[in-house]
Each structure stands twice: as structure tokens, then as C-alpha cells.
Design a protein around this ligand. Sequence first.
Ligand code: ADP
Ligand code: ADP
Length: 237
Amino acid sequence: EPIITFDHVVKEFKTRGHGGAATRAVDDVSLAINRGDIFGIIGYSGAGKSTLVRLINALERPTSGSVTVLGTDITKLSEAKLRPIRQKIGMIFQQFNLFSTKTVAQNIAYPLQLDHWRKDYQDRRVAELLDFVGLSEHADKYPSQLSGGQKQRVGIARALATNPEILLADEATSALDPETTTEVLNLLKRVNEEFGITIVLITHQMNVVQQIAGRVAVMSSGRVVEAGDVYDVFAAP
Ligand code: ADP
Ligand code: ADP
């Protein structure tokens, strides 16, 4: 059952001062991502991976074609109607995007605060998430006091705070050494297995998709040039 569908999606960016020329960041992509998948999107820098992922939470809108998420065609949905869908989508980033002036616990609580959860529920949920990512001892530290792997675990806990159905990971391990990368990928596997969360993971690192993804799409110049089971796509000819 697809949880995310791209149907002939094109995304062009207008280039200023070049007589109306446009960059085609995503070029006629059709793709289905199934509920419960760990879906890898791999490609070199500039291939269109970030744009594709930003189309999933409607941070970008398609130039043509349509995007369906959680059963709703979000292509032309208003910001107000997008809200409940965005609440079902968590995101983690290469540079972690933590608030440097908030503690670990405050970072994780932030999305719950935005949703006006009661303080006692926030505290309970944060404690649960700290335990899940193995950072209970570090609740009151600031991001600058943490290692890269610990920072990304805070990012994951924060992304999970509001119980999303989809987790988008944009080069989430690209700033980490190989050992820490494996640790973070193992945590993402647990997120997928224990909570059934669909993970869309974009990376330029082949070993990352090979370690974790079940299905993979290879992007080049805005196009999906290959898609399928990770084993088939990367099998030696
Ligand atoms: P990737 O994530 O694979 O590195 P991106 O999706 O970031 O690729 O970029 C794909 C192409 O779209 C690149 O040529 C990039 O310069 C262009 N692009 C991305 N975002 C914008 C934007 N906001 N404005 C103009 N061009 C953009
Ligand atoms: P408060 O006035 O204490 O901030 P709210 O009006 O925000 O309370 O929430 C009322 C009740 O709804 C609380 O028990 C809270 O736990 C619950 N609640 C708040 N946000 C959500 C949400 N996004 N989903 C489900 N329940 C929520």
C-alpha cells in the first residue's frame, strides 16, 4: 500500500537574469513508496534528492504532476489543510538543526510545545524518547556538549515526538564517521521496526542505503534512473 506517490512530477526553479531559463531539479518522476518501507534515494550532489524530499512535505510544490501523501493529493493543498499531514511527517537533517540555546530535553519537547500538549504529557513523552535513543543521562546538556552521533539521536527523538507516520532523513549520516553512521542507522532500523514508521532516506553514500534500505531509487539529473529492491539495484551484473 503506497504511503507516498509521485505521479509524473516535474519541479523547475526559475533562474533569475537568464532570459527565463529554468533548472529542472525533478524531471518527470513517478514513484511509489510503501507504508513500512525504508526507502533510500541515492544520487550525486545536485541530482534532485532534496527537492524530491521537500515535495513530500510541500516545502516545494510541483511545476506539474502530482504528489499524494497518506492518501491525500497534496499538490495544491492550502497551507491550512497541509497542517495535519505535516504533523504526520518528521524530518532529520545533515547538520542536525538543533536549537543551541535549548537543552536536549527542551529540543525534544519543542514540537510538543508547538502543539500545546500539557506539560506533564510533554515530560513523560520526552523521558520515553530519551530512553529510546539512549540519552537519558544527557537530558540537561546543550547540543555543543554532545558528539555528532548524540546530536543526531536528539534530532531523531525530536522528529518522533509527535508520533509521525513518515520520517524524512536528508543526508542524516553525512556528517558522521562510519562507526557513528552505523549506530544511527541501527537506531533508524528500530524506529522502523518498533513503530512501523516509513523512512525515506536520502544520501550520496551507497554504503548507507546498502546497510538499511529495503528499496531504493537512484537519481541523476532530476530523473529516477533505476528503482527497486536494494539487492537487485546493486547486484553485480
Ligand atoms: P541534491 O539534493 O541531490 O543535491 P537538489 O534537489 O538540492 O539536489 O538540487 C537539484 C538541482 O536543483 C540543483 O541543480 C540545484 O542547484 C537546483 N535547486 C535546488 N533548489 C533550488 C532553488 N531553491 N532555487 C534554484 N535552484 C535550486
Ligand atoms: P492545555 O490548555 O493544557 O495546553 P490543550 O487544549 O492544548 O491543553 O490540550 C487539551 C488536551 O488535549 C490535553 O490533555 C492534551 O494532552 C491533549 N492534546 C493536545 N494536543 C494534542 C494533539 N496534537 N493530539 C492529541 N491530543 C492532544
